[in-house]
Design a binder for this molecule. Structure first.
Ligand code: ZN
Length: 392
């Protein structure tokens, strides 16, 4: 074992990992868990019993016999506990319930007006999630089994101080600065609520879905805003205050350097975010309503929109090259609504290769986040599942 492997190795066989092995089908019995973890059968049994008593695992029927008594089979309960998840965007929120293996049970998209303020927006979304997963067995929804809500994970499209659940200086979220999301939610629901920024949740969801075996990964979320989430040694890396991965105000080469909402100019967000592309096109006299309009113009091969997308891709690549040289990830993936924009992706990739050390890029995977519109709620759910399992 190298020193670099230590943090992950220390978690080996922890309750969280045992649950994940069962959830992914890697293990169906205590013997499997013992083999995978290297732990003694009695230690595994102890941990499995604790997970069963928490309702996080169950024993179902009997597994395949290898000659002796047929072993009991372990499974993640499918008809019981769920976690709620909310992935808040500038104009829409994706919300849903997921089972304890991170599979989506129900999900829907609702329009939101972020400018209505945190109480109105979050209050309505919490009510929706609670309605999807009533924890009152006396009042199940028609045709559904009552499901116990174990916690709610919320992604916010702005900087979040993870330890406190407070929002700090968000762009384009008037009335939200300093708002204590965790305290607000604690007054409304009686389950743990965990808050993080949307890029971190996308990173966690994409990593757990596509590359749980890779230890070092960077995920860029490019939508109306722009941000990133970092997986280091298999875990979400938040840094001291929770701002790790926030690349939105890193300066890029741009002439002229457009002004940014933070008061500086030439920030990545002011050059390469969806909001920046809308602004730049309007300044060039192109009538465009929103990011959807920009993407449509790019798909139609509009010259001005395509040129701006290429410039945005170079800017993202420039920052990403610094990140890759510094951090040496195994995979860099881009998600968010601009991830499907081919000219942006092509120039990002070209800049990244041009500016990176060959050693850093020779086996680097560069790809799109493949998990679709539920990647944020999947990440939010894993955040809660990890918390619930760790606390058990
Ligand atoms: Zn800025």
């Amino acid at each position: 074992m190298t020193i670099d492997d230590a943090p992950r190795d220390a978690l080996r066989g922890g309750p969280r990992e045992l649950l994940r092995w069962v959830a992914t089908g890697a293990a169906v019995s205590r013997a499997d868990l013992s083999r995978l973890s290297g732990l003694s059968p009695s230690t595994v049994s102890q941990r499995v019993e604790a997970l069963i008593s928490q309702g996080l695992l169950e024993e179902t029927g009997a597994g395949r016999s290898r000659g002796g008594r047929r072993p009991r089979q372990l499974a993640v309960p499918t008809g019981g506990a769920v976690v709620g998840a909310i992935d808040l965007g500038a104009h829409h929120a994706r919300l849903g319930t997921l089972d304890l293996s991170g599979r989506v049970v129900q999900a829907r998209t609702l329009p939101v007006r972020i400018e209505d303020g945190p109480e109105a927006v979050l209050g309505a979304l919490l009510t929706e999630v609670a309605a999807l997963a009533p924890n009152d067995p006396a009042a199940p929804p028609a045709g559904a089994t009552a499901r116990a809500l174990r916690g709610i994970g919320i992604g916010i499209p702005g900087p979040v101080q993870h330890a406190t659940g407070r929002i700090v200086s968000p762009s384009r979220m008037p009335g939200w600065n300093g708002f204590d999301v965790a305290a607000f939610c604690a007054g409304r629901v009686d389950v743990p609520v965990i808050v993080d920024n949307d890029a971190n949740l996308m990173a966690l969801g994409a990593h757990r879905t596509a590359h749980p075996e890779l230890d070092h990964a960077v995920y860029i979320k490019a939508g109306t805003g722009i941000g990133s989430g970092v997986i280091s040694s298999g875990r979400l890396h938040r840094g001291a205050q929770g701002s790790a991965g926030d690349i939105s105000h890193c300066r890029v080469a741009a002439d002229p350097a457009p002004p940014c909402t933070c008061g500086n100019s030439g920030c990545l967000e002011a050059v390469a975010s969806g909001a920046a592309l809308v602004t730049a096109l309007r300044e060039q006299g192109v009538p465009v309503d929103d990011l959807t309009g920009v993407i449509r113009l790019i798909d139609d091969g509009d010259r001005q929109a395509t040129a701006l997308a290429r410039q945005a891709g170079r800017a993202v690549g420039e920052i990403l090259a610094v990140v890759v040289n510094f951090f040496n990830p195994q995979v860099v993936a881009i998600g968010g609504r601009l991830a499907d924009c081919e000219p942006l992706l092509a120039s990002m990739r070209a800049t990244l290769y041009e500016r990176c050390l060959p050693l850093a890029t020779q086996s680097l995977l560069i790809e799109r986040v493949a998990a679709g519109q539920d990647v944020g709620i999947t990440g939010a759910a894993h955040l809660v599942i990890d918390h619930v399992v760790t606390a058990s």
